[in-house]
Ligand binder design. Sequence first.
Ligand SMILES: [Zn+2]
Length: 324
Amino acid sequence: MAAYQICGELFRRYRPCPRNPRNPRPRKGLVKRAAGMALGGAIFLLLAGCQVNPVTGKSQFNMLSQQQEIAMGQEQAPEYIKSFGGEIDSAPLRAYVSAIGQKLAGQSELATAMPWRFYALDSDVVNAFALPGGHVCITRGLLAAMKDESELAAVLGHEVAHVTHRHIGQQMTMNMATSYGLIVGGYALGMRGEELKQAYNLGSLAANVTFLLPHSRGAENESDATGLRYMVLAGYDPNGMVAMLNILLEMSKGQAGLMVFSTHPYAGERVKRISQIIAEKYPNTEGAEAKTVLTQRYKQNVLDVLAKLPAPKHQQEAEQTTGQ
Ligand SMILES: [Zn+2]
């Protein structure tokens, strides 16, 4: 995986020289060398990690360039899609989801800069997530839970915003920094050879599962605010985002937790914040199209189609959550 290779590069760059048994390296300068490595690593990460957030225009700590992110997405998206049962076996449904996604992405700052792709996955887990490089996924479990098109637009708008804010690269960068910290820390503690490799593997593991880890509170708030803007620009009622989160909160009652909340935490407080943004910024945007039309269209294009399909290819008996 690409993340592994990047971490591998760090490891190769900073791995200690093999010890010469005839002339063992004195341990006296060990801490000094480790401190030097840590400083060098920090400078490397800072220099390599300055990218501009396309939405806010501010610098952010992100080691991946846009092109690297696109390449990573192209390489890894098929694997993720497969692990969630592949795409739903209905070309009209897939086209409908994709058209709404493209309409939202078309309002974004990276409308033409990303090779946007939207996937409806044949899995009963309830989730949506964005992979690097403009690959946005929504599961059958989540599609079946919603009632109208503005709710679907809210989910896709939020995911598009994760991409345009470059949150995925940012998250990976933090994980790489953690991996690097484990290597340097291990070295300073006297680890060598296999032990150091284990520390590196632990860090690589953290970097590799990045795409399905929880986003931070700040990233969630940014994606909500920007997603609402994309929704309104695309002609949707922003209240669809509140409705969608309320459906999920209702569903999660009495359950161990929905997977969607493990990758997108803080749902309760998000509802309050989103309602505030709508009241302040979009007080008169209700119903570019009547709710009845949006509900009817969603029923025809999604709910009725799903009702006729065989059971989802990917099923998860008990959904898990990280508890956030
Ligand atoms: Zn999110």
